[in-house]
Design a protein around this ligand. Sequence first.
Ligand code: COA
Length: 188
Amino acid sequence: MASFFIRTEVPEDIPAIHEVNAVAFAHDDEARLVDALRENGDFNPELSLVAVSRDRIIGHILFPEITIESEEAAVPAVALAPLVVHPDFQCMGIGRSLIEVGFEACRDIGYHIVVVVGHPGYYPRYGFSPASNYGIVAPFEVADDVFMVNALIPEALAGVHGRVRYPKAFEMVVGADKNPGRITKPLS
Ligand SMILES: CC(C)(COP(=O)(O)OP(=O)(O)OC[C@H]1O[C@@H](n2cnc3c(N)ncnc32)[C@H](O)[C@@H]1OP(=O)(O)O)[C@@H](O)C(=O)NCCC(=O)NCCS
């Protein structure tokens, strides 16, 4: 079991964040997405967190800014995308820590709604449920049970509905037909 801690990213971490995303996903879509989001200023640096073990970055979580738009309102929220733990360090609770510390950081900054495209067997344990329950829809084709939303404080989702608008980088880097932020590997 590795000892690790979680902190916000600093500029020196950028190559290692790219690397851990590329290695854990086995392709570089998410790594390039993170770079593009950073370049476009699409996230608050306080909401890019790394897991560090012995001076090495072994995990990363990012919460880019999104809005949930309807005719009445554009509600600010964040996406949880991507989340990654280096293959040598998976299933040790590092993903859980990144999510929990990340939610705390989101609350501190004032974001109370998180949207994820991810495995329906993984994210509900952190409070996520299908976004369709709230009338919140994705701007791309996605199965109902993998497009999920979570309220970080009670009542955060009261009256909130509409279509999620992601930063342009998602479409440019990954393609409108794909869903970054998903868990891509099958359950082992
Ligand atoms: C998914 C991931 C972030 C989880 O991080 P982790 O540190 O391994 O997870 P934790 O140790 O906190 O939690 C372990 C639990 O997650 C589950 N889990 C791990 N990988 C999973 C996957 N690909 N699909 C579904 N569940 C998964 C484990 O089965 C375990 O469940 P249990 O507690 O019921 O036994 C990590 O495995 C990873 O980086 N995978 C590759 C990239 C990816 O798919 N990222 C997610 C979407 S952005």
